[in-house]
Design a protein around this ligand. Structure first.
Ligand SMILES: C[C@@]1(CC(=O)O)c2cc3[nH]c(cc4nc(cc5[nH]c(cc(n2)[C@H]1CCC(=O)O)[C@@](C)(CC(=O)O)[C@@H]5CCC(=O)O)C(CC(=O)O)=C4CCC(=O)O)c(CCC(=O)O)c3CC(=O)O
Ligand SMILES: NC(=O)C1=CN([C@@H]2O[C@H](COP(=O)(O)OP(=O)(O)OC[C@H]3O[C@@H](n4cnc5c(N)ncnc54)[C@H](O)[C@@H]3O)[C@@H](O)[C@H]2O)C=CC1
Length: 254
């Protein structure tokens, strides 16, 4: 560990664009996509998955965007982009996804002037933020970005992550979340809590949760919660680890 004041000042490596990774809560927040093609549809889909209020602006939409508009999932404004658009002024995030580079640049400039972050489909360096390729497993998100160097590589790595981190991670993370809440209530001392969390990560839960291996993740969660509450100590966590191994053997994995 370096002492305060020592070493190189934090900053991007020379010559390499260094983006700041963040998880945005867009639930209920207005976001506007300019354009109605394939790329606009992909951006709109990700926004809907995040619970944003989505407006799309374009004279023409894909069939999927049309369907979302008809069902009320998105608001569709059938017009070409022009500066001063209220849907842009009210948006938290702006996406320029038309096939016209000059329109995308205009959208980007207007968003910038209004102090908004924009994503520009044909100019990664332009707008303020990029969209990474992402794998979602419940509360777990794995995101990959190449800072615009190769979106195809980001997508390929996403596919590899999808294989390596299966659906079982969703109940796994849910389980850790629930047990974490329990330990936070039961153990007042931070250092002790950290030790328990560390040991929980050593439990062999993932093979148990892999599809078809345990009947009911909620039942397993309840049983683990009971055991954690009974003995919230490092020894208790060790004992649960042993119990899980025995259980795993009974289920026929070892
Ligand atoms: C800069 C960025 C801006 C942004 O859009 O945020 C951007 C820009 C551009 N993409 C282009 C092409 C393609 N993009 C994809 C796919 C994705 N592109 C995404 C993000 C980003 N793309 C941002 C950088 C992300 C990063 O690097 O970190 C993903 C990850 C997320 C998403 O869009 O949802 C999503 C994969 C999702 C997934 O599969 O999981 C494919 C593959 C496909 O379509 O299947 C191709 C064709 C193959 C190829 O060209 O590689 C072109 C050239 C257009 C042209 O030449 O005409 C530009 C413009 C330029 O490079 O300047
Ligand atoms: N960032 C990314 O992931 C990718 C970006 N691209 C880039 O994104 C651009 C768009 O790609 P696609 O969606 O496949 O094109 P597309 O041709 O399917 O769709 C273009 C859309 O822009 C709309 N549009 C055109 N002028 C407009 C205006 N003045 N106001 C509002 N809407 C307008 C059209 O109505 C159409 O809906 C491409 O030209 C390419 O440069 C391409 C592939 C991936």
């Amino acid at each position: 560990m370096t002492k305060a004041g020592e070493g190189r000042l934090p900053g991007p490596s020379p010559g390499v664009k260094s983006y700041y990774p963040a998880m945005l809560d867009l639930e209920g927040r207005p976001c506007t996509v300019i354009g109605g093609g394939r790329v606009a549809e992909r951006k709109a889909r990700a926004l809907l998955e995040a619970g944003a209020r989505v407006t799309v602006v374009s004279p023409v939409f894909t069939l999927q965007l049309e369907a979302w508009a008809a069902s009320g999932a998105v608001r569709a404004l059938r017009e070409r982009y022009a500066p001063g658009l209220p849907a842009l002024a009210e948006a938290r995030l702006v996406f320029a996804a038309t096939d016209d580079a000059s329109v995308n640049a205009q959208v980007c400039a207007e968003a910038e002037a209004l102090g908004k972050f924009a994503n520009v489909a044909d100019d990664g360096a332009g707008g303020g933020f990029l969209v990474p390729a992402a794998v979602r497993r419940g509360r777990l998100t794995l995101a990959v970005s190449t800072a615009g160097a190769s979106p195809g590589l980001a997508a390929a790595l996403r596919r590899r992550l999808e294989e390596a981190f299966g659906e079982e991670y969703a109940p796994y993370v849910e389980l850790l979340h629930e047990l974490r809440d329990i330990v936070q209530q039961a153990v007042p001392e931070t250092g002790e809590r950290q030790e328990l969390f560390r040991r929980m990560l050593e439990w062999e839960l993932l093979p148990l949760l892999r599809s078809g291996r345990t009947d009911d993740p909620a039942e397993l969660r309840a049983e683990l919660a009971r055991r954690v509450l009974q003995d919230p100590t490092p020894g208790g966590m060790e004992a649960i680890g042993d119990w899980l191994r025995v259980d795993a053997r009974q289920l026929g994995y070892e």
